[in-house]
Design a protein around this ligand. Structure first.
Ligand SMILES: [Zn+2]
Length: 386
């Protein structure tokens, strides 16, 4: 059997545009086509987005496993969508090899990993598979893991171990920070600025609250951090006030000020913790300013994930690749998938620092290494037989 290499597969995958807003069906069908020649079974889990466009999650299993049975040793999870790209990037869906790397939208996030999965799965004869597996493709990861949430709701997938594809330069990422975003609206009372005592500035109030948030963030940076947090850089929850707006004119005390507060919590931090802390800060401010009024609207709150350093999957991938475990600062489907499995890791070829930009690329040598490592993972059971 002729060995299938990942580069031509990646070239073909990049040529199928799959920006989150589009239907991902063409990409799903490409994968089905590749695997159906080997008799794989497919279960499509389609849904429609808010604009009525079809999105498809796919569960695929090899022909020697029972069809539609997804209680498996290992799930290989990969999202199918990409972020949007600028109209000036002519080669976004027309990949080019420059030097040792393939460039194009999705090259490393995350069609590179998908190409490696397909190559590994297509090249391996049945007898070499040591574990039961499922290939899991999801839609709309880049806009908030929408597809993965539908997939979990369906309740079909029950893996012991999960590998989630994202570019980590092939290092096993065993932890990821969570993500929180809230819109905070602070109210004042408008008045002519020549008579400030007639009103209350919402901007001054917001500034005091923001000052407290900044102080709190700095205090976390100065506090001693837990051993387990050292996998992250920086090893504590970080905050950002990304935008602020308020007021109507230079000579009016502003009646309203709104800002966006973003935070990236450590795994294990309870949901609602940061909104609760902000509430406490406002209570402090109300001691001197009983009329301080505000609204806090949580727009997003996702937990992080953490897999033990000694877990079978982390140990195996470290042995295979010779690469040490890391934590990732970016969002992935791992927190969702980790609710299903004993252990979850994130890995894939390429570097996220090139992703979400026209610099996106992946090294061809790393693609080949990834196929070799995946093959090794699939060829040996996760734990030695008792
Ligand atoms: Zn991704």
């Amino acid at each position: 059997m002729e060995k299938i290499s990942p580069a031509p597969l990646l070239d073909a995958l990049i040529r199928i545009p799959s920006v989150s807003v589009l239907t991902n069906r063409p990409l799903i069908e490409f994968v089905e086509n590749e695997l159906s020649g080997r008799g794989w079974n497919f279960l499509e889990l389609p849904y429609h987005d808010s604009r009525g466009i079809e999105k498809v999650n796919l569960l695929a299993t090899p022909p020697w496993q029972k069809a539609n049975e997804f209680a498996v040793d290992l799930a290989l999870v990969c999202h199918t969508d990409t972020v949007p790209y600028s109209a000036e990037w002519n080669e976004a869906a027309a990949p080019q090899v420059i030097g040792d790397s393939m460039h194009g939208c999705g090259a490393c996030d995350v069609k590179g990993f998908l190409a490696c999965l397909l190559a590994a799965l297509l090249n391996m004869p049945e007898a070499q598979f040591a574990s039961t597996i499922a290939l899991v493709l999801t839609a709309e990861e880049e806009i908030g893991c929408v597809g993965a949430r539908y997939l979990l709701q369906a309740g079909l997938l029950r893996p012991r171990h999960v590998v989630v594809g994202e570019p980590t330069s092939l290092r096993p990422a065993r932890a990821g920070k969570g993500y929180g975003l809230a819109e905070i609206r602070v109210f004042g009372t408008e008045a002519h600025s020549a008579h400030p005592a007639q009103g209350v500035s919402a901007i001054y109030r917001a500034a005091k609250l923001i000052g407290k948030i900044e102080e709190y963030g700095l205090s976390l940076g100065n506090a001693s951090v837990a051993e387990s947090a050292h996998i992250f850089d920086p090893p504590y929850t970080t905050f950002n006030v990304g935008t602020i707006e308020g007021g109507t004119a230079k000579n009016i005390l502003p009646g309203e000020c709104m800002f966006l507060l973003e935070w990236r919590p450590l795994p294990g931090d309870p949901m609602g913790q940061i909104p609760g802390i902000v509430q406490g800060m406002v209570a402090d401010l109300q001691m001197n300013d009983p009329g301080f009024r505000y609204e806090l609207n949580v727009l997003r709150e996702q937990p992080g994930f953490e897999t033990a350093a000694e877990s079978p999957l982390v140990r195996r991938w470290t042995e295979i690749s010779g690469r040490g475990a890391i934590g990732v600062p970016f969002g992935t489907e791992a927190p969702l998938m980790s609710t299903l499995a004993d252990d979850t890791i994130v890995l894939g070829p390429g570097d996220m620092r090139t992703a979400h930009s026209p610099r996106e690329c992946v090294s061809l040598a790393e693609l080949d290494l990834c196929v070799a490592y995946l093959t090794e993972l699939l060829e040996h059971p996760m734990e030695p037989a008792p």
